[in-house]
Ligand binder design. Structure first.
Ligand SMILES: Cc1cc2nc3c(=O)[nH]c(=O)nc-3n(C[C@H](O)[C@H](O)[C@H](O)COP(=O)(O)O)c2cc1C
Length: 317
């Protein structure tokens, strides 16, 4: 059941991708996920500079010989220098999110043909466009997910089969998936793999502050909210002091300039890495209610793989 086309295309053992995680998708987590048989990622956008990216990539290469990806989020800074480092270091997988991927896909292909390009989408048209541009797979992210979302509020359950029917390339389901039940459900919808973000924050190898992990353990499915909707960049976060402040400012009609100091990466990092849940905000998906422990990545994979077999057997009965 878990041997899908995605495994062949990405050359991974299990069709499980660790989401790009702002400030948290670093070498320890990435290497652990890839070593467990999934696809780990380093997030380029929130590293201080290109040299930091090079160091993270080298650390991963020391710890695993298996494939891993670098995640590129558009809209923060010029991506080309980070792409150059990624390609120079021999990384063979990239994921791209947050806008029109065409220039970056061309940039990569012109330099190193054959690099696997996986594009994050939140709707059918974007998936078809990614396919037409030569994407190797798409990750379709539903409204249930943590972090930045599409603007159409389409839940994972409704989105995945629509995208599956619209493209030929493998579709990876993302948003609200936390355990083996979600994994099997995604496969039942026609996806050929899953991406998990929030679940990979609540593991031993993730650099998230303990206060963030504690909040994930406590939170229920009703404890997330969407902020930044007023500026067209909806993002699902936990209900923290920082998130409440953003929502209050948005309710009062704050301009982008007024919101920027409240929604900056610094405020996110202060909470996610620094543990300041009063002032800061942190991302999480609606599936957070399903998280009640902090396993190692290897234990999480073991549970997902065994659990998928058990769910399959139950359905078979
Ligand atoms: C803490 C956190 C940070 C995230 N940062 C990024 C990012 O930098 N790049 C990206 O492509 N997606 C990012 N996302 C989105 C995830 O890659 C993924 O699409 C999402 O978490 C899936 O939903 P889930 O959290 O319910 O699993 C982030 C998600 C979380 C929870």
């Amino acid at each position: 059941m878990l041997q899908t086309r995605l495994c062949d295309v990405l050359e991974i053992r299990y069709p499980i991708i660790q989401g790009g995680l702002a400030y948290l998708a670093l070498a320890d987590l990435c290497a652990a996920v890839s070593e467990a048989g999934g696809l780990g990622q380093i997030t380029a956008a929130t590293l201080p500079d290109t040299e930091a990216l090079r160091q993270e990539i080298r650390k991963v290469k020391e710890r695993t010989s298996r494939p891993f990806a670098v995640n590129f989020a558009m809209g923060y800074r010029s991506l080309e220098p980070y792409l150059d480092v990624t390609l120079e270091e021999g990384v063979r997988h990239v994921t791209i999110t947050g806008g029109n991927p065409e220039p970056y896909m061309k940039y990569i292909d012109a330099r190193v043909p054959g690099v696997k390009k996986v594009i994050l989408v939140a709707g059918v048209r974007a998936a078809q466009k990614a396919e037409s541009l030569g994407a190797d797979a798409v990750i379709a992210v539903g409204y249930d997910g943590g972090g930045h979302l599409g603007r159409d509020d389409i839940g994972t359950m409704a989105l995945i089969p629509r995208v599956v029917d619209a493209v030929q390339i493998p579709v990876v389901a993302s948003g609200g998936i936390m355990d083996a039940r979600g994994l099997v459900a995604a496969l039942a919808l026609g996806a050929e793999g899953i991406e998990m973000g929030t679940r990979f924050v609540a593991v031993q190898e993730c650099a998230a502050h303990q206060a963030y992990k504690d909040l994930l353990l406590k939170a229920k499915e009703t404890d997330t909210v969407i902020m930044e909707r007023s500026i067209g960049r909806p993002a699902r976060v936990l209900k923290t002091g920082g998130a409440e402040r953003v929502l209050a400012a948005e309710a009062q009609g704050a301009t982008l300039e007024q919101l920027l100091p409240l929604i900056s990466g610094k405020v996110n990092a202060a909470a996610a890495v620094g543990g300041d849940m009063e002032e800061g905000f942190v991302y999480a998906g609606q599936g957070v209610g399903l998280i009640d422990d902090l396993p190692t990545v290897a234990d999480l994979f073991d549970r997902l793989i065994r659990g998928a077999a058990a769910v399959g057997a139950r359905l078979g009965r």
